[in-house]
Design a protein around this ligand. Structure first.
Ligand SMILES: C[S@@+](CC[C@H](N)C(=O)[O-])C[C@H]1O[C@@H](n2cnc3c(N)ncnc32)[C@H](O)[C@@H]1O
Length: 303
């Protein structure tokens, strides 16, 4: 198996949670390599697939040409925070008819994106520019943030979005470097070297740059605000009795889902299918270590 391509995480659990029925429409809001969508299609379901990454959607159009032709799949290159608008437009254009019976979010990045040589998401590709935009229409790259944010702002990003223990020390070092050698903040390799030089020890099995890279990626792509903006839209869109299924990979992604699902239940808008998140089996973690931190949550809208 080529482990450099994306393996869908908690595939069976997610598809079971969606309760796919033939002929019904589902939204895969984070299409990626289409692993979850393929499983929905295999069960006779129909899919509106969204992804804001141009390369991802281009590849999907080639790989899923048959499903696109037979109208069981619609692909839209857009941010899922425009979910309501996207679905309304597809209905107006009569491309989509019928209710949405389930909406899936598999947050974050795909292995394909992380491993790409030119996107600056992986600290393994030292020559890459520090871009990190998943949607190349976004105006601000990671290198731009490193050049303009204050020590305080950088510290906050590294702490809040990455859980980086040496956040302030690294932030100060970044600001020092940009005064003398701003070009050093353009490429992956020099940021990795700066972080390594400012970390007193490795935290467990993680590469020293892991947390700062995660934090910068989340900030550049506004990932947490996107989640907060889309969840109410998803609840309004899903048919009564239908489900919203989320897969989160870190606390920042999981927290807003956990909170809003609990609030919705209190407001009697529906029920959480299990109060505790579902986690991957040992077998899956062994086969795909990236699944290790995954938490799957399910909310069913009231009938
Ligand atoms: C973890 S991958 C999904 C993998 C997919 N489930 C599969 O099995 O191949 C997440 C995908 O969501 C996309 N994505 C992340 N945030 C998004 C957003 N706000 N709007 C649209 N797509 C987004 C990323 O570009 C990435 O392709």
């Amino acid at each position: 198996m080529n482990n450099k391509t994306h393996q869908p995480v908690m595939l069976k659990e997610a598809i079971d949670a969606l309760q796919v029925k033939a002929g019904r429409w589902y939204v895969d809001a984070t299409f990626g390599r289409g692993g979850h969508s393929q499983a929905i299609l295999d069960q006779g379901g129909r899919v509106v697939g969204l992804d804001f990454d141009e390369q991802t959607i281009d590849l999907a159009r080639r790989r899923f040409s048959e499903a696109l032709e037979n109208n069981s799949l619609i692909l839209v290159r857009e941010n899922f925070d425009k979910l309501t608008q996207i679905i309304e437009q597809l209905k107006q254009e009569k491309v989509l008819s019928g209710q949405i019976w389930g909406i899936l979010f598999d947050f974050g990045t795909s292995t394909d994106q992380l491993m790409a040589e030119d996107r600056g998401l992986s600290f393994e590709h030292r020559q890459a520019k520090l871009d990190m935009r998943l949607d190349n229409r976004l105006g601000v790259k990671a290198s731009d943030l490193l050049k303009v944010l204050t020590v305080k702002q950088l510290t906050q990003i590294f702490e809040d979005l990455g859980g980086e223990e040496q956040a302030k020390k690294i932030a100060k070092a970044i600001v020092r470097v940009r005064e003398n050698n701003p070009a050093d903040l353009e490429v992956v390799g020099s940021l990795v070297a700066l972080i390594s030089a400012n970390k007193s020890r490795r935290s467990g099995h993680l590469h020293p740059a892991t947390k700062v890279f995660q934090a910068l990626r989340i900030a550049v792509n506004d990932e947490l605000d996107n989640i907060e903006r889309v969840l109410p839209q998803a609840l309004a869109l899903v048919n009564p009795g239908g489900r919203i299924v989320t897969i989160a990979f870190h606390e920042g992604e999981d927290r807003p889902v956990k909170q809003i699902f609990a609030e919705w239940e209190e407001q009697e808008k529906g029920v959480r299918i299990s109060k505790k998140p579902i986690q991957p089996t040992e077998t899956e973690i062994n086969q795909n270590p990236r699944s290790r931190s995954a938490k799957l949550r399910i909310f069913e809208r009231k009938e």
